[in-house]
Design a protein around this ligand. Structure first.
Ligand code: GLU
Length: 684
């Protein structure tokens, strides 16, 4: 056994990991927290000695209302209306409506994670505090999508300093990685990594970044003791939780990969080898032990010592399964783990009409690509293209809207494919994203859009450097959450193990990512030109993740009030999901749920234009030939794909309303294509 057993009660905060010094003593917990009713003069932990004791007077905060009488139901209670009660995964749940709260809100893709975050906020914790609690629960209840064995990007807004800070917790390639690390076993054995390529081998596993990044963000913006933030996940891991529909699908769908790993087999499968089914109560004492160690010892307990050793040992495993198959080991060392650094980076903030839109800089291409698409769209009047029909599901976008947005995205993807990679290794043209996002350049890109014919495949703009960055695979092992705390701070965080169930390597109760497959497997293109997103030691693979924070433009043109946070999983289509949600909210005035529910549409840089076939307002019968949106796009030369889209958008909007308490309220939406819910201090 690697660690001390899970404490029966909340672990005492380790002295060096107590609340950041500048916030000790309680003052900062009270400042600006209009709804905090108790404990503000005491310890800073609510006065009860319990750092997560509720401070909000609204007894129904962090509950959902259910049933004909609108009764408050506690998430995880198992009572009728409990949104964490397992249901079969479905493509789209109709009828979701925006949730309203007074001062704090959390939207995640999992009810138990939303609850954990909401309880931290209710206790007066900050958005950064809540992010830690949310991530630790997601790693348990939605392990197919994110966890401590993966990486993440966070955008944080500090309402006091009015600053946006980007945090980079992207995985890194090990020091021993070569340009062909993913491509073949070695220079002398030029066969594919086993089994079946890099993804399920040790080669795909990047040094995890989520824990170090969360610690960094918490040191900057946390108010609660670090250790307390692990309590909800430790308790749930120890007591168990029922397997949700999506997790059941992920276990069954990933069975062949997971069964190559003895620890994953013991956890996810019954003794007879069948996958644990929907509703089965899953307990994860190994994860509880891991979290207890990180709670007590900080991120160092993950990046050094027995957990780090177990990660390295697992990455270096050479066979697995019954009968055993060969697994190509990765070359990660303890030094890769102990040397991992999360980074503070400058957010990509550009104006879009009356707003500032801030996104994630490289190594993600998400912020640049979304800003590029919006900057091109700014040259068209989209407000005239408001969706029609039942706005409860976001409505039906018009042909012209889908055409213009898709064309703008084609141009944006062409540029990001060519120019964006980890800027610590491959600078952007001109040394800054401004070369790709300045208004004259994007106007010139907009002029290449025809109103009557799709361009099919776009060419990258001639900005300077000639380097491409094609990725091997981009799949669905990601999740996004958005949080606003009672002081007005906001977090948008997208977090990932890359593909569903990552590399299928599992240790100490968590999945290890396969993020390195986001690199290009080759260092040069067919013409011999260097590829920006090639593998290099210590480099971070290019991402598409696009956590986004939106602000109103102040009268003097500077960054004004917080308006919105959003983001989504979805591999390279994240850029389309986020752009759609932003256009829905900012151009069409859709509320947080409508913009989230709105049909997923858009295009990467190919002739194919996506219309989410899972959406109830799209008629996919007869190959879409009965739906005028589909036929209208085909008439403009689009090759329309009606494949179901699997966005997982979580959106929070601050609605200005002079009649509401404090002049505004929060409005949240969770993607009807996933299992998430929005919680907050909802008015009752
Ligand atoms: N690995 C992808 C990225 O960083 C995300 C994968 C997903 O969304 O499922 O862009």
């Amino acid at each position: 056994m690697l660690h001390a057993p899970v404490p029966a009660t909340r672990p005492a905060p380790a002295a060096r990991l107590d609340a950041p010094a500048r916030l000790r003593g309680g003052f900062a917990l009270c400042a600006g927290a209009a709804l905090v009713l108790a404990g503000c003069g005491g310890s800073g932990d609510g006065g009860s000695g319990d750092p997560l004791a509720p401070q909000v007077g609204n007894a129904n905060a962090c509950t959902v209302t259910a049933g004909a009488n609108g009764a408050a139901v506690v998430v995880g209670s198992g009572l009728a209306g409990d949104p964490s009660a397992p249901e079969p995964a479905s493509g789209y749940r109709v009828g979701k409506t925006a949730v309203r709260a007074n001062s704090f809100m959390v939207s995640t893709a999992n009810p138990l994670a939303s609850k954990a975050g909401c309880e931290v906020l209710r206790a007066g914790g900050s958005a950064a505090d809540a992010a830690v609690a949310v991530q630790m629960v997601l790693g348990l209840t939605e392990p197919q999508s994110s966890g401590i064995g993966g990486g993440a990007f966070m955008l944080h807004y500090d309402a006091t300093s009015k600053r946006v800070q980007a945090y980079d917790g992207r995985e890194t390639a090990p020091a021993a990685a070569t340009a062909d690390y993913l491509r073949w076993v070695s220079d002398t054995d030029r066969s594919l990594p086993q089994p079946g390529g890099a993804r399920a081998s040790g080669r795909s596993i990047g040094t995890p970044g989520a824990v170090r990044m969360l610690e960094l963000a918490w040191k900057d913006h946390g108010t609660k003791p670090w250790s307390a933030l692990f309590t909800p996940a430790i308790t749930t891991a120890s007591n168990g939780f029922p397997i949700s529909g999506r997790l059941a699908d992920a276990i069954a769908g990933g069975a062949s990969g997971l069964k190559r790993d003895a620890e994953a087999t013991a956890y996810f499968f019954n003794a007879d080898g069948s996958p644990k089914a929907l509703g089965t109560v899953l307990r994860n004492p190994a994860y509880a032990n891991t979290l207890s160690a990180i709670a007590a010892g900080g991120a160092d307990a993950f990046y050094t010592g027995t957990i780090a050793q177990a990660i390295v040992d697992k990455i270096r495993i050479t066979s697995g399964g019954t009968p055993a198959v060969a697994i190509t080991p990765g070359l990660t060392t303890l030094a890769d783990l102990s040397g991992y650094q999360a980074k503070r980076r400058e957010a990509v903030c550009t104006t879009y009409r009356a707003n500032w839109v801030c996104g994630m800089p490289p190594p993600s291409s998400g912020g640049i690509a979304v800003a590029s698409a919006l900057g091109i769209l700014e040259n068209f009047d989209l407000s005239a293209e408001k969706p029609t029909g039942n706005l409860a599901e976001g409505g039906r976008p018009t042909v012209r809207a889908v055409h213009l947005v898709s064309e703008a995205e084609r141009l944006a993807y062409a540029d990001r494919d060519k120019y964006v990679a980890d800027t610590d290794f491959t600078p952007l043209p001109g040394g800054s994203w401004n070369s790709m996002l300045n208004k004259p350049y994007l106007q010139s890109r907009a002029r290449t859009i025809s109103e009557t014919r799709s361009m099919g495949t776009a060419q990258a703009g001639a900005i300077g450097r000639n380097a491409q960055g094609v990725s091997l695979v981009e799949e669905r092992g990601t999740t996004h959450f958005t949080i606003v705390d009672s002081r007005g701070n906001a977090v948008a965080m997208t977090t990932t193990v890359e593909a569903g169930m990552g590399s299928y390597h599992f240790t100490n109760g968590f999945i290890l990512n396969n993020q390195l497959t986001d690199f290009s497997a080759t260092a040069t293109d067919s013409t011999g030109a260097p590829i920006a997103n090639s593998v290099q030691p210590g480099k971070r693979p290019r991402s598409s993740m696009a956590p986004t924070l939106v602000f109103r433009k102040a009268d003097d043109g500077s960054l004004g009030d917080f308006h919105m946070g959003t983001g989504s999983p979805g591999g390279s289509t994240i850029i389309q999901y986020v752009t759609k949600t932003l256009v829905g909210a900012l151009d069409w005035g859709l509320n947080a749920q409508q913009a989230t529910s709105l049909m997923d549409f858009g295009a990467a840089n190919s002739a194919t234009t996506n219309l989410g076939g899972e959406h109830p307002l799209l008629n996919t019968a007869n190959n879409g030939n009965n739906d005028p949106l589909v036929t209208g796009l085909r008439a403009l030369g689009h090759t329309v794909s009606l494949a179901a889209q699997s966005s997982g958008t979580s959106t929070v909007i601050r609605v200005r309303d002079t009649a509401a308490t404090g002049g505004s309220y929060l409005q949240g939406g969770a993607d009807p294509r996933r299992e998430g819910i929005v919680l907050g201090d909802s008015p009752q």
